[in-house]
Design a protein around this ligand. Sequence first.
Ligand code: NDP
Length: 411
Amino acid sequence: MKFHQMDWQQRLATLAATTKLTASEQALFTTNYSAINEQMIENYVTSFPLPEGILPNIVINERTYQVPMVTEEPSVIAAASNGARMINMGGGLTATNVSREMIGQVLINEADFAAVTTLVAEQAPYLIEIGNAAHPSMAQRGGGLKHIATRDLGDGFVSVDLHIDTQAAMGANVVNTISEAVASYIKTQQVGNVVMAILSNLATTSLVTAKVALPFKAVAKAGFEAADIAQRIVLANQFSQRDAYRATTENKGVMNGIDAVVMASGNDWRAISAGIHAYAARDGQYRNLVTWSHDATTLYGEITVPMPVGVVGGSIGIVPLVQANHKLLAVESAGELAQVIAAVGLAQNLSALRALVTSGIQAGHMQLQLKSLALAVGATITEVPILVTRLQQMPHADMQTARQLLTEMRE
Ligand code: NDP
């Protein structure tokens, strides 16, 4: 029998028989079994738990949110919370959805661009009708295929871009259904070779912007001049405008926050990450997502990112914890969820840059990594706080030191 034809227990028995899993390791697979998750993917064996924490207060458009975040990385939630604390001192963020549409592509080669453009111009209402007939419920709720554009990709390659309003959903499946229906019709029109139809994850028509204006005192830190910190944050940020090496790392920090909320909200973090990184390179140079500037008294931060998240669809309505997270967040629309996620990215960035231009990233970071270090060398839950305290007193808190201290503790 093939692996995918086996039931869950047969799969586990096969793994036990063909691998070196111990009995207690095998037990992990049964302990974390979920009947719902078994229905969600293929070849299911277990559920992979990750930690979830809360960013307790972030003020966006004068509303205070409790934001669930899923991450395995120590210091992400602490940094986001610290960033939010500073942001709240400036009265919080303002966030707006610049637009909210998905793009489906019908991709054609050996095409005459003028002929494709003429076809779209002359038959747009009919193409829109065909698209919406493929998923009528979306049009009925006010969404669906709205307008169509063409892009010349050169050498006979053409993209027909379908702009689709997916309402409260991220809409990947809806967009793919509509795109395939339109592609089937275009195939009959002899304007080229229709190769495929699929959504684009470069969601430049689902942009969200979050902004903050902070009095310098909001970024104050003992031992440093607040105005100097603000100026150095702006300076640090300028490196990421110029250098992809630095921008990638700065954006990774932003994504620490963004991905954690995207995951907690049951959205597709691969889709969001792919879109955001491509957007960061939209003018050919990979740059930072956040920009900082200042005047004589105030530090200004701004983030704009594509954020086509949903509050329905995909796994959102299926996973009970995701539904509980939506209740915690209490957002009323997909656009509002996108605003919260962008805001957390900005908070994350503020916290990271402030640390970088003052005491350095490791000072706060390593304190929070020590628990993970203690667990990594095999400390039990009761041993962890004792080992962390001892590690804090050491000049170098590395694995070898942790192992040695743990051995001494147990002697
Ligand atoms: P679904 O296929 O679940 O479609 C959304 C569903 O939500 C529809 O069935 C729709 O119902 C329902 N719905 C109920 N109320 C609303 C409302 N107010 N507004 C909009 N929809 C509503 O999910 P998506 O199409 O959103 O696709 C997301 C999933 O696709 C994710 O799981 C993602 O991982 C996956 N995916 C991603 C790809 C990518 O990013 N490249 C590619 C392929 C899949 P109704 O049918 O009545 O309209």
